[in-house]
Ligand binder design. Sequence first.
Ligand SMILES: *Cc1c(COP(=O)(O)O)cnc(C)c1O
Length: 383
Amino acid sequence: MPTQPTLAIPPSLLPSDGRFGSGPSKVRPAQVAALAAAGDPAAPVLGTSHRQPPVKDLVRRVRQGLATLFDLPDGYEIALGNGGSTAFWEVATACLVERRAQHAVFGEFGGKFAAATGRAPFLEPSQVRDAAPGSVALLATADGVDTYATVHNETSTGAMAPAAQVPDARADGALLLVDATSGAGALPVDVGATDVYYFGPQKVFASDGGLWLAICSPAAVERAARVEGAADRTGRWVPEFLSLTTALANSRADQTLNTPAVGTLVLLAEQVEWMLEQGGLAWSTARCAESAGALYGWAEARDWATPFVTEPSARSTVVGTVDLDPAIDAAAVVATLRAHGVLDVFPYRKLGRNQLRVGLFPAVEPDDVRALTACVDHVVAHL
Ligand SMILES: *Cc1c(COP(=O)(O)O)cnc(C)c1O
């Protein structure tokens, strides 16, 4: 039965912006103003060809901004294409896994990529190293594995894992792919310790969904060329839409294979440049850690709230999950917050816990996270 909110949260307790979703996440008003400006007929970007300078310039801003934000190592390249991280799993399955993949699975998203390689008829059965939701599974070097895959931040559970793993396997020529869809840009990383660090625009980067972006090492570029047989067309058949080699060729020309959502690129470019102006990755990681400290510290000080992730070092600083005592109906708390414009703090649907999940991305003000906790205190006291 839907829960009917009955109590009122005093306006003085409410956050300045009530968007706490884990993706799509809060978009800053300045980004929306830039979007409006991009539609100005005096200097239009929206509604113009994606093969001409105004839109190619947007792609260039995104690629250059990300190169600066991630301190791109020599030889690494930024590719992008349509379809989001979900499409990138199929790109990686088709173009990067040569014979066998190993996956660390500790939530829904890691599991979906493992399922993708597991279904591919041209690959050997994937190895899965799994761990219960709320904890973290680590990769381990194994014979016969040429591609390792992990998740930087498991958005479904609020657990984060180190991006840099299996250095010995990489030294032997294996690739390390890191799903950083909700972590890239707000978790510390040395992308040089990974081969593909991929993400989307709708989480840390406060844009809309629909694109994938992948920071690729020279080894990953070379692997795709070999698997796809790009030079002599002798390789595996790969649909052109899934070809990483084709995506790289387009990205180098500041384009995508097919038409991108131009508005998404505008919001993304604005957010990347804003993050650089604020102080780059050091700034964003510190800001998100402050928000996370406020959320977890609040939960630990309540006897009816507990951080879901037991191991403190694995508690995500970008997506915080807090279990509530079974005597408190978390769905009622979420509904009451929603009725007051405090949005999207429900848990991941398949996790099925009595939980609040809070997006703590760089666009979110740490003071608004503190205000959210005050709102929850009020709701719980008056339910
Ligand atoms: C959101 C998310 C995805 C899926 O992204 P889409 O752009 O919707 O395909 C994949 N992995 C992680 C870790 C995510 O948070």
